[in-house]
Design a protein around this ligand. Structure first.
Ligand SMILES: Nc1ncnc2c1ncn2[C@@H]1O[C@H](COP(=O)(O)OP(=O)(O)OP(=O)(O)O)[C@@H](O)[C@H]1O
Length: 847
């Protein structure tokens, strides 16, 4: 007694395996997946457990080999591949290139043993069929007859057999491979053509093994191996004495690739399956056959009376193998991933149940007399002949069918070619029209026309003579050749024109490029000028704006008020010193002589005006006339002229050409308070002299004093004369400053001293000094007036320039005006005058 062998194999999967293997145990890896509550055991023990790394050779050598080789001793063997779809059943059975399946390894092993065993002669037959929806399809039939289903019948001995199933005799490993290959091709064909889903069918490869042992057989076999087939008479004659009886063994090996063991419910879950009754039926049949298979195995092993082999085609066919005397191996295939846990558990439980089954393995050995043994061999021989004949006929039929098919196809193709040629010929003119000139020349007139037409520049390939359309083609070619020549000549013409145009175009482009560059350059220039003009415009606007401001008026008002103030002071003094001071300077008597009328500058000459001209043009002469002469005898009562200080003409590089070097190198002096103090000091020293000379000299004092004054103060006549000359001679020469003129700064006028003591003289001197100081003040005021007049003049000139509205003139003029203003500004800074009429916080004169 021995149990059904059960082995489990885990299919490799990219996902981690939830199953672990240790020796003969397979168990759930708790770390990967927790066992479901109440679902029973998750650890199983089998005869062999193969992990993901196992190869088909491992499975074969450990489980399958002994079972297969037992067939040579008359022991039936059945190998079931059980498991869900995609779990590796077919892989285990048939394998891949680098991992040969157990079936091929079995064949190899078997034939190796058979060939090595010289005491026996083996008769091998095989069949390959599929049970699909309880219907049997012979996979070794020609594909044309593949759809024929076979029936399972029962013979007189109550044995089931598949009626009409091909049992192909095989005598070598190659022959059995060919059979297997044919069966596989038909299986795939059935899958596509007949819509047999291989995973929902049971595929059974069956190998019948018969062995005969005796001398006769050995001899027969030897002859057979040498391809010498002795006749029966020969055999009987030659070996009559050797036929003493033989041992005959018979066994069947079944390799069963079962359908996927999924539950029927799963099929129903599939929407597609729900819609298709066929699929539902498949599932039902699969589960039914698997259930009955399990039941049969179990009942037979338990020996509990009636075993319902008839319930399914699978059990009927496998009856001889499952009668409890066969070796049975179940290889459980499971997927390792957690996703398939339920199916894997189901498979493992099936294996556990199957493993409990005990079988009594018996060898099918019959001792036959020689005649019987000979009959076996003869039947095998005949069968082989029959098979060959059958195959030959089938092949012949197949070839004939193929031939007919090919002939039909050939005819159809020829018809298509003829039609296509006719269409192509029609298309030639149209094609030539459609092909553009450019295309033709581009491709060197390599036009493909109808059929085999090929036109090149060099030669025309003629179509084959047997071409029924030859004439048509030739005429088409002639036309095309003429067209080609015309096209070439036209092309040359157009090409020349194009070259000329191209040259012209290049020249024009060069010209345009140059012009463009010039425009660019001019643009840059223009932009520069424009920005400069803008700048100048802004500057002019700014200056004009400034000049137009009220500040000027305020300034004038300021000076007027100053003058008024001085006038009032003067009058006050007049009142208080009527006796002593009869000479009152009337500021209003200052005669401002505007020389603008005499110095009209032509608009056209503005650009030629230099700064000196402006400055000299701006100079004015001031005549100061002393009015209300009280005492004509007093020498000090006289007209005097105020001349410009020298520095007026030396600052800002303003030099008069007539000025000699000595005068230009004079030390700049001004009318500042310091000068005034110096002068005052000189008078004080005069006073000292007077004091020391006492009264004895006082009478001469005035004389000496007058004498001194004579050089510096002119008599009224002289003054008048001078005045006249200055009035008549205006301009540059007239106002040319000299050293002498600077020295002519008005000295204090000595007032007539009443006779008396020294104290009285002193007080007189003081009075004189005071008057002199006032005179200096007047001089200062006068300069202010001059400044003002200068400024007015400048403004006038500027306005004139503005009228010209020529930028160059304006610019030139403005520069001069600004220089003039600067000049005055410097004067203001240098002059020591106690006022800064042009200074403002914002830098009034800033450029
Ligand atoms: N041990 C293995 N090693 C490598 N690949 C395998 C292995 N087992 C199975 N495969 C691969 O898994 C896929 C499914 O295997 P297979 O067709 O043998 O499953 P099956 O159980 O026969 O499925 P079905 O029931 O649909 O016929 C195949 O591509 C196969 O090559």
């Amino acid at each position: 007694m021995e149990n059904i062998q059960v082995a489990v194999r885990i299919r490799p999967d990219p996902e981690p395996s939830i199953w672990a293997i240790h020796d003969q145990h397979i168990f759930l890896n708790n770390q990967m997946r927790k066992p479901p509550n109440g679902q029973g055991r998750t650890t199983f023990a089998f005869d062999h457990c193969f992990n993901q790394d196992s190869k088909n050779t491992d499975i074969y050598s450990k489980e399958v080999k002994s079972l297969v080789l037992g067939s040579t001793n008359g022991i039936n063997g059945t190998i079931f591949l059980y498991g869900q779809t995609g779990s590796g059943k077919t892989y285990t059975m048939l394998g891949k290139e680098n991992d040969e399946g157990v079936l091929l390894q079995s064949f190899k092993d078997l034939f190796t043993k058979i060939e090595a065993d010289l005491n026996k002669t083996y008769v091998l037959r095989c069949s390959y069929f599929e049970i699909y929806n309880e219907q049997i399809f012979d996979l070794l039939k020609p594909s044309s007859k593949l759809q024929e289903t076979l029936q399972v019948n029962e013979d007189q001995k109550k044995e089931f057999y598949v009626k009409g199933l091909i049992e192909q005799s095989v005598s070598s490993i190659n022959e059995i491979f060919d059979v297997l290959k044919r069966g596989e091709i038909n299986r795939h064909y059935a899958q596509t053509a007949m819509n047999h889903n291989s995973s929902r069918s049971h595929a059974i490869f069956r190998l019948y093994v018969q062995s005969i042992t005796n001398n006769f057989i050995r001899q027969y076999r030897r002859e057979q191996s040498q391809h010498k087939f002795p006749t029966l008479e020969q055999l009987e004659a030659e070996n009559n004495n050797q036929l003493k009886g033989a041992m005959v063994t018979e066994s069947v090996l079944n390799f069963v690739d079962l359908a996927g063991s999924e539950k029927v419910s799963n099929h129903f879950e599939d929407a597609e399956i729900q819609e298709t009754n066929r699929r539902v039926k498949e599932g039902q049949y699969i589960n039914k056959s698997l259930f009955f298979l399990t039941q049969v195995i179990y009942l037979k092993a338990e020996d509990k009376g009636h075993v319902p082999f008839r319930n399914s085609s699978l059990t009927k066919i496998l009856k001889s193998s499952l009668d409890g005397t066969s070796r049975t191996l179940i290889i459980l295939c499971i997927n390792s991933a957690a996703l398939h846990f339920d199916y894997s558990i189901s498979t493992l439980r099936f294996g556990m149940n199957a493993k409990k089954i005990e079988t009594k393995v018996l060898a099918n050995i019959n001792y036959q007399n020689d005649d019987e043994a000979l009959k076996i061999l003869l039947s095998d021989y005949e069968k082989k002949l029959h098979d060959y004949e059958k195959i030959r006929v089938e092949e012949k039929e197949g070839f004939e069918q193929q031939l007919n098919q090919l002939q039909n196809e050939n005819q159809q193709l020829q018809n298509r070619i003829t039609n296509q040629n006719a269409q192509n010929f029609k298309c030639i003119p149209k094609l030539y029209k459609e092909i553009t000139w450019a295309d033709r020349f581009k491709y060197d007139l390599h036009c493909s026309g109808a059929g085999d037409i090929l036109v090149t520049n060099q030669k025309i390939k003629k179509p084959p003579q047997h071409d029924c359309q030859g004439k048509l083609v030739l005429s088409a070619l002639k036309v095309s050749e003429q067209n080609r020549k015309t096209l070439i000549s036209n092309y040359e013409l157009v090409k020349n024109q194009y070259l000329q145009l191209n040259e012209f175009y290049n020249q024009s482009r060069l010209k345009i490029q140059q012009q463009y560059e010039q425009i660019q350059f001019l643009n840059v220039q223009y932009n520069k000028l424009y920005s400069y003009t803008q700048e100048m415009q802004q500057q002019l606007n700014f200056d004009v704006k400034l000049l137009n401001t009220q500040e000027l008026h305020q300034m004038i008002q300021f000076y007027q008020s100053q003058l008024l103030k001085l006038q009032i002071e003067q009058q006050d003094r007049e009142q208080t010193n009527t006796q002593d001071l009869k000479n009152v300077y009337n500021i209003e008597q200052f005669k401002l002589i505007d020389s603008s009328s005499q110095n009209q500058i032509d608009v056209q000459d503005y650009q030629q005006i230099n700064l000196d001209d402006i400055m000299y043009a701006n100079m004015v002469e001031v005549e100061m006339v002393k009015e209300n002469e009280v005492d004509q005898s007093i020498e000090s009562e006289e007209f005097f002229k105020i001349e410009y200080p020298t520095y007026l003409h030396h600052s800002n590089n303003i030099t008069k050409p007539s000025i000699n070097e000595t005068s230009s190198q004079q030390i700049v002096q001004d009318l500042s308070e310091i000068n005034f103090k110096t002068v005052l000091q000189s008078f004080i020293s005069e006073m000292d002299v007077l004091q020391t000379s006492n009264s004895t000299h006082h009478k001469n004092n005035s004389t000496s004093c007058n004498k001194k004054q004579t050089g510096k103060y002119k008599t009224p006549d002289k003054m008048k004369k001078q005045s006249t000359s200055q009035t008549t001679i205006r301009g540059k020469q007239n106002i040319e400053p000299t050293r002498q003129s600077f020295n002519n700064i008005p000295k204090p006028k000595v007032r007539p001293r009443p006779s008396g003591n020294a104290n009285e003289e002193l007080s007189m001197l003081l009075n004189n000094a005071e008057m002199k100081a006032r005179d200096f003040q007047h001089v200062g005021q006068k300069i202010l007036t001059i400044d003002k007049l200068c400024y007015k003049k400048c403004l006038k000139n500027y306005e004139r320039a503005m009228n010209v509205k020529e930028e160059a003139c304006l610019k030139n003029c403005l520069a001069k005006v600004i220089n003039g203003i600067d000049f005055l500004h410097n004067l203001n800074n240098k002059g020591g005058l106690d006022r800064a009429p042009f200074k403002t916080e914002g830098g009034f004169w800033s450029k």
